[in-house]
Design a protein around this ligand. Structure first.
Ligand code: PLP
Length: 359
């Protein structure tokens, strides 16, 4: 049954090894981010087998799926007040920026006889989560340090996700200095100073992470072998951990330009079409926006052009395809970040693993 998503666990394992080695050279520990694959425990287990001791996800539901793995589990989105009981039960740590939530965590952890580690986020310019005002962050840290079940664990920053502000030595030095100030003013030694995501890798490789920053939360680089500042593949990694196989349901000769009076698309925009001349062979696959994201997908057959997708149809130009396709054949698609995320979320996509040889 298609669509089918295959996960190459051996290639993933090798990616983890490369990233672990690169980070180790710069004294950086990895929190493996599992949200792209919806906290699938079979996949997360590869990370743990390869020595990753911390896993992070933005959803408590996904942390629940990771329950059987022995790793420290972080919620990497500011927790909802309404999910604090599940967070405390299934998570060991979380990234936080609201004292009222941390107070609720402290209380709930007391109720459950648990501890919960708090990483306070600093917003250094991206206008996403975190304290902009350093004094406010230090005040919050002092209050957390005085709590009994919520434990002050570290500081973190996240950039390049909303405003695409880049990581640089100056920003990470600010974070490191803020961590020092928090340590001085609270008397608590911080275990974690988390300097970002896969977009920090490029800075790290250039030797630009100041000492004192000791952690990165990595999803894309580990899973796709891609750093996210210059979008380059890292040497020795595999980009093809996730491949989606979609079945051809129609194959016909059609012109490259539509005919008739063209209206606006579902986003209210006038669509544009490229006249590709005499390229006539078109295929439709049974796959749509519910299951993948066309913008972050490429065909493995380099002769195929992805023309676009609607909710349930993927349109391809296969005029120059390397293979000859027939109705009922499948087309292999290499998935990027958002496409993978959507494939894992779609119930219509069947999942299969390959290459799970033991280390
Ligand atoms: C998603 C996310 C990450 C991982 O980002 P990648 O670019 O995939 O490495 C790290 N930190 C936070 C807070 C996130 O939301």
């Amino acid at each position: 049954m298609y669509p089918l998503l295959t996960v190459n666990l051996q290639h993933l394992r090798e990616n983890v090894r490369v990233l672990r080695a690169l980070c180790a050279e710069h004294a950086i520990e990895i929190t493996g981010v599992t949200k792209v694959f919806r906290g699938d425990p079979v996949i997360a287990k590869i990370l743990v087998e390869e020595g990753i001791t911390r896993l992070g996800d933005s959803r408590v539901d996904n942390l629940k799926r990771l329950q059987g793995l022995s790793a420290e589990k972080w919620l990497i989105r500011p927790p909802m007040l309404s999910e604090v009981p599940e967070l405390v039960e299934f998570g060991d740590a979380s990234l936080n920026s609201e004292l009222s939530v941390i107070e609720a965590i402290d209380e709930e952890a007391g109720r459950q006889g648990r501890e919960h580690k708090i990483i306070l986020m600093a917003d250094l310019g991206d206008i996403r989560e975190g304290y902009v005002d350093p004094d406010e962050l230090v005040d919050a840290a002092k209050k957390v340090a005085a709590m009994s079940h919520a434990k002050l664990y570290g500081l973190g920053v996240n950039l390049t996700c909303f405003s695409f502000v880049q990581y640089d030595t100056e920003k990470l030095t600010q974070l490191r200095d803020l961590a020092k100030r928090v340590e001085e003013e609270t008397g608590v030694k911080l275990s974690v100073v988390s300097g970002g995501n896969s977009a920090t890798i490029d800075l790290m490789l250039r030797g630009g992470i100041p000492s004192g920053v000791n952690n990165l939360r990595l999803g894309e680089s580990v899973l796709f072998g891609k750093e996210r500042a210059k979008y380059q593949y890292l040497p020795g990694t595999h980009p093809d951990v996730f491949t989606l196989h979609a079945e051809i349901v129609e194959l016909k000769e059609k012109p490259s330009l539509p005919w008739g009076d063209i209206g606006v698309d579902s986003y209210g925009k006038k669509p544009a079409f490229t006249d590709r001349g005499d390229r006539r062979l078109k295929a439709i696959c049974a796959l749509g926006k519910q299951d993948f994201d066309a913008e972050t997908t490429t065909a493995c057959d380099e002769g195929i052009i992805l023309l676009g997708a609607s909710s349930d149809h993927l349109m391809l130009d296969i005029t120059d395809a390397q293979k000859t396709y027939r109705v009922g054949d499948t087309v292999d698609l290499q998935l990027g970040y958002f496409s993978t995320m959507r494939a894992f979320t779609s119930e219509y996509v069947r999942k299969e693993y390959s290459g799970n040889h033991h280390p």
